[in-house]
Write a protein that binds this ligand. Structure first.
Ligand SMILES: [Zn+2]
Length: 325
């Protein structure tokens, strides 16, 4: 195991298994960061229900349990004899915030791999062969501050312009193309009696095609304020490209489905609105099977819950995939 030290986020971990094989490796992706603020574990400590069936705790479903399953899949592999292919495991520290520190590592490992298996969690055990692309835009609106009572005409309100721009951005939604745009945060101004000199907005968008991502960014950048004294700065773009299903992914899913049957699990296929590190790999043309991690519900919420009984089954399915791919 190699610990890749990281200045700006937590360290990333790289594990290589069965390196003697000359075949192309299989890459397993996991992340150990969660969306919860530091200290949440004190308020909501790890617990298992009395009947032993459900476990709770921050990040347990997304995706601590997936990492545990990955470890047990490898232990089983070792016990059953070596797999044909080398296995590379990358466990990252910043998936939930866009994978800035780990993206290069992930892409580098994916490029040399036969297939990528992602241990993201899964509702009902379904596997993901498609994910939407995710983009984010940061907008800074610079107006001119002035006294709201004495000098209103000298001011140019950044908030008024922000309000107009929100309408414009929400208008970029295109349900028929499955494109969604959301202005998620807005702040601005300094005091009640001051014409606001600055406003900020954070926008999230989700796309199925690269073209739609380009359209959103082009529109956002070409927006002009109604008041010409106001300046608008637009930054950001597509963070995770869309993950599209290919023929190879289809074959990978069919294999997983067949393996699922060995354990009496009818694995279904879904596409997800959320992105993962699988998106980066799929964009490089590598087949990706995602959602192979824990079974449960309530990711990113206090209701997060893990189905304990499914853990060994999921680990076994992963192990069989590592043998068969
Ligand atoms: Zn996750």
């Amino acid at each position: 195991m190699k610990v890749l030290e990281n200045q700006h986020a937590g360290n990333n971990l790289l594990v290589r298994f069965n390196q003697e094989s000359s075949m192309k490796p299989i890459l397993i992706l996991a992340h150990y960061d969660t969306v919860f603020p530091e200290g949440t574990i004190k308020k909501r400590p790890f617990s298992v229900s009395e009947d032993g069936e459900m476990a709770r705790g921050p990040g347990i479903f997304d995706m601590k349990a997936g990492i545990v399953q990955g470890v047990w899949a490898l232990k089983a592999l070792e016990k059953h004899g070596k797999p044909r292919r080398p296995v590379t495991i990358v466990v990252t520290s910043d998936e939930e915030v866009g994978s800035d520190s780990s993206r290069k590592l992930i892409e580098g490992m994916a490029k040399e791999s036969e297939a990528v298996l992602v241990l993201e969690p899964s509702l009902n055990g379904n596997l993901k062969t498609e994910r939407k692309g995710v983009g984010d835009i940061d907008i800074r609106i610079i107006g001119r501050p002035s006294h709201a009572g004495l000098d209103p005409s000298k001011g140019a309100s950044a908030i008024t312009e922000a309000a107009r721009m929100v309408q414009f951005l929400q208008g970029l939604n295109r349900p028929e193309a499955e494109t969604t745009v959301n202005v998620g945060t807005i702040k601005g101004g300094t005091a009640r009696n001051v014409i606001p000199g600055e406003a900020f907005m954070q926008v999230d968008f989700r796309i199925v095609t690269v073209e739609e991502g380009n359209r959103i960014m082009k529109e956002a950048r070409s927006y002009r304020p109604k008041d010409s004294r106001v300046k608008i700065e637009v930054s950001g773009g597509v963070n995770r490209p869309p993950m599209r299903k290919t023929e190879e992914t289809g074959r990978l899913f069919a294999l997983a489905q067949k393996i699922g049957m060995e354990f009496e699990r009818d694995l279904m296929e879904t596409s997800a609105g959320g992105g993962s590190d699988g998106n980066f790999c799929a964009a490089l043309g590598i087949p990706v099977l995602d959602g192979l991690g824990a079974v449960g519900d309530g990711a990113h919420s206090e209701q997060e819950v893990l189905d304990v009984n499914e853990m060994p089954v999921r680990a076994a399915i992963l192990e069989r995939l590592l043998e068969e791919i």
